[in-house]
Design a protein around this ligand. Structure first.
Ligand SMILES: Cc1cc2nc3c(=O)[nH]c(=O)nc-3n(C[C@H](O)[C@H](O)[C@H](O)COP(=O)(O)O)c2cc1C
Length: 349
């Protein structure tokens, strides 16, 4: 059968096959294209002397019909996008902080050599002038203080602080329960401090604990019902190996891998548009985590550059119905946005 991990499109006068799961593209000759069509309609794919078929099998465009265990509850659009942007292998994933800094500097040089995009509105001064707020209340202070940092002290986080941040981020808010009169199903009546698509609370948090007082280092699933941590796994030796080689993050004392239970969204919303909602919901939760950690006197770091395969093994995610989407970390810091490895490279250049 033709692999369900491929899609086809026309570019100029060629038919292109994009194996989105394995991140490979092939330009098909007319003969290969015709052979492929015959496989779709006539299901003739067992002739061992057929060189066209051999080529298509070799590239895994045609595969043996195996039972596909991975259900996908939306239409094909989101499947192509999600799998096609997952496990994007870096050609040379940095193996340490110095390699990361070198590659990042090269990347910045390349980007800056291109014309910068324009702002939506230039400062033309013709808009309606709004009053400026001069409040400096606690909320305002936290908003101003929230910033992405890339250096972390080795000091541990007290367990109470971690508990508070998790409760504020993923815990359910007392007294905010949707009644059945409001159309609620009991299972999905609970509310968090962040909004949730369809009220399903599809976002789950797996807590990364490297240096928290009184908690054994490891990865835990957070239970928002009981406000408890459930042991999942030992830590990977270096966090950066899971996050596209961003090794400056290795010292982060605690964090959250945010996943989405796609199956909850599949249940309520059929169209791939709901996939976007999963991403947006995780973004809300990540922001709440950052504000909660900032209110605790910490700084935060975040990334979506994930090595999903390795993270899935760590979190013990077993099928497509729950997918990891983001990581947010927190800890005490000197507030520097530039990691030490990049600072020393800049100094020596
Ligand atoms: C969706 C998203 C993905 C990001 N990914 C990374 C990342 O992979 N690595 C990193 O160091 N910072 C990452 N950042 C942080 C941004 O670089 C940072 O927010 C930006 O420079 C603005 O700085 P501020 O957060 O201090 O205001 C990400 C931010 C967002 C919103």
């Amino acid at each position: 059968m033709v692999s369900r991990d491929c899609f086809f499109f026309v570019m100029g006068d060629a038919l292109i096959c994009w194996d989105f799961k394995n991140h490979k593209q092939y330009q098909l000759s007319a003969e290969h294209a015709k052979r492929l069509v015959s496989i779709v309609y006539d299901r003739t794919c067992n002739d061992s002397n057929d060189t066209l078929l051999k080529d298509l099998k070799h590239c895994k465009v045609v595969v043996d019909a195996t039972r596909d265990e991975s259900t996908w509850g939306w239409d094909i659009l989101s499947r192509i996008f999600h799998l096609g942007t997952k496990d994007v292998a870096l050609e040379n994933q940095p193996n340490n902080a110095h390699e990361w800094a070198t590659q990042y500097l090269e990347h910045c040089t390349d980007v800056l050599s291109e014309t910068t995009p324009t702002e939506t509105l230039g400062p033309n001064g013709h808009g309606i002038q709004l009053p400026t707020s001069n409040t400096t209340d606690e909320f305002d202070r936290i908003l101003r203080q929230r910033a992405t940092v890339r250096t972390f002290h080795h000091s541990p986080i007290p367990m109470e602080e971690l508990g508070r941040i998790l409760q504020q981020t993923l815990g359910f808010v007392d007294g905010r329960t949707l009644s059945s009169a409001e159309g609620g199903v009991e299972q999905f009546a609970k509310r968090r401090s962040s909004p949730s698509a369809g009220g399903l609370n599809a976002t789950e948090g797996y807590v990364y604990v490297a240096n928290v007082e009184g908690v054994e280092p490891g990865v835990y699933l957070y239970d928002p019902h009981m406000h408890q941590l459930h042991w999942r796994n030992q830590l990977a030796p270096r966090l950066g190996d899971l996050l596209s080689g961003q090794h400056f993050a290795n010292d982060i004392p605690a964090g959250l891998f945010l996943t989405s239970r796609f199956d909850k969204l599949w249940w309520k919303y059929e169209h791939s548009r709901a996939y976007r909602m999963a991403l947006v919901e995780v973004g809300h939760v990540a922001q709440t985590f950052q504000l909660a950690a900032t209110a605790s006197g910490m700084n935060t770091w975040l990334t979506g550059a994930l090595n999903e395969c390795s993270i899935e093994a760590l979190l013990e995610l077993e099928n497509a119905s729950e997918q990891v989407l983001f990581f947010v970390g927190c800890g005490y810091s000197d507030g520097s946005a530039i990691p030490d490895c990049l600072k020393s490279l800049l100094k020596n250049n």
